[in-house]
Design a protein around this ligand. Structure first.
Ligand SMILES: [Zn+2]
Length: 71
């Protein structure tokens, strides 16, 4: 299994802003829900959080952007 799901990449709007890849300028991303491990959650002082996050992977250059909320 690669990081890409079978679904097509999509456009995302974050807080009213169209998400664009900071590396290549692409605007389509694959979305993955991921569990944060305890070390990472502690690093971000998120022991109170539900320890899951959303990562959006640029469909062109594969740069990953992380969000702690659903997007
Ligand atoms: Zn990109």
């Amino acid at each position: 299994m690669g990081i890409f799901s079978k679904s097509e990449p999509k456009y995302y709007v974050i807080k009213g802003n169209e998400l664009k890849c900071p590396v290549c300028g692409n605007d389509k991303f694959y979305s993955r829900r991921v569990q944060l491990n305890t070390t990472l959650a502690t690093f971000f002082n998120l022991d109170w959080a539900n320890r899951s996050a959303t990562c959006l992977v640029c469909s062109y250059c594969t740069h990953i952007q992380w969000f702690l909320e659903d997007v």
